[in-house]
Design a protein around this ligand. Structure first.
Ligand SMILES: *[C@@H]1O[C@H](CO)[C@@H](O)[C@H](O)[C@H]1NC(C)=O
Ligand SMILES: *[C@@H]1O[C@H](CO)[C@@H](O)[C@H](O)[C@H]1NC(C)=O
Length: 317
């Protein structure tokens, strides 16, 4: 008769102990991120794990930059927060940056990200496995967030955490272009075809995509869309067959919506490779790829310091 009693005792201790601990955690300041997450989850958050602290109806951004990032890339996020991703007003337009995260099974990284989010409140996260071929889900999560929480914004940019983005030049060109609806731009790929080489990162078999050509799209390293297009892509994405290459998937949605990607400027400004740094060169580009966190900071610093300086070939309007 003794063992069952012991078990019963243990269960009682576990249940009451667990509840007491939960109440303690929720009500104490020791775990502010627990409180925060619970608070946010109550606010009709769907299946978002984390949402940024943003009220787009009050403090409406002109441009929301969504950066795909992985849990462990804290250094890159910090560099972006201190450089091009810092919230700022350019030409009276508010620019904000949020990070898109999936999940993994490394709990230490999840705790680190939760702590990071209590400080910066700029993370959008859902519970899907964070892998390259889930990038489509990550991007759609960002567009869902725009659709549900920030439809008041004017433009959305999707980019990556190893990118340098010249937000000054981007804002200038968006204002000059003056197209705030049905607009989609970036490094345009108008006649790309599927890669049929199985050793390639972009390999796609006939079953996944039988066609010889992709519809027009823009390189996933950085594209910009008016917010109405972001919402429409999110809505139509449920009817478009899932495709693992996120930039092509966006192209498939655009084609369904009958929206043709357009140029932002007559000269190339979006680059999917690395652009060698010089202050004058960087004044007239929007994206440069493969930029380490330390270089993101250096380039941004150089850009800000030289902002008032004249450049020799700057007559390209
Ligand atoms: C994408 O995420 C889902 C949900 O976590 C997971 O089941 C699936 O295996 C992931 N897909 C890939 C290709 O990693
Ligand atoms: C932008 O376009 C609108 C309507 O198409 C026009 O009324 C306005 O003057 C334009 N603004 C600039 C700065 O070109």
């Amino acid at each position: 008769m003794r063992p069952p009693k012991k078990i019963f005792f243990c269960i009682v201790v576990l249940v009451f102990g667990g509840s007491a601990l939960t109440i303690l955690l929720i009500s104490s300041d020791v775990y502010p991120f627990c409180q925060k997450d619970l608070f946010i989850l109550n606010r009709n958050s769907g299946d978002f794990l984390k949402l940024p602290e943003a009220d787009c109806s009050m403090n409406t951004p002109f441009l929301v930059i969504l950066v795909t990032s992985r849990l462990g890339e804290t250094e890159a996020r910090m560099a972006i927060r201190q450089s091009w991703g810092k919230e700022r007003v350019i030409a009276e337009k508010r620019i904000v940056t949020y990070f898109l995260l999936g999940n993994n099974f490394r709990s230490y990284e999840q705790i680190a990200v939760a702590t990071e989010n209590t400080l910066y409140k700029d993370i959008i996260q859902k519970d899907f496995l964070d892998t390259y071929y889930n990038l489509t889900l990550k991007t759609l999560m960002g567009l869902e967030w725009i659709h549900k929480f920030c439809p008041q914004s004017t433009f959305v940019m999707k980019t990556d955490s190893d990118m340098f983005v010249n937000t000054y030049y981007l804002t200038e060109l968006l204002l000059k272009r003056n197209r705030t609806s049905r607009f989609f731009t970036g490094l345009l790929r108008m006649h790309d075809h599927p890669v049929r080489d199985p050793s390639s990162k972009w390999y796609v078999n006939e079953e996944e995509y039988p066609g010889n050509y992709y519809p027009p799209f823009a390189s996933g390293t950085g594209y910009v869309l008016s917010t109405d297009v972001a919402s429409q892509i999110y809505v139509i994405s449920k009817k478009v067959p899932f495709f693992k290459l996120e930039d092509v998937f966006i192209g498939l949605c655009l084609s369904e919506l009958k929206i043709q990607p357009g140029k932002l400027h007559s000269k190339p400004t979006f680059f999917s490779g690395h652009v060698p740094y010089s202050p004058c060169r960087y004044k007239k580009i929007i994206t440069s790829h493969y930029t380490a966190p330390s270089h993101i900071m250096l380039y941004w610093d150089g850009l800000e310091k030289s902002i008032a300086e004249e450049c020799p070939e700057s007559q390209d309007n």
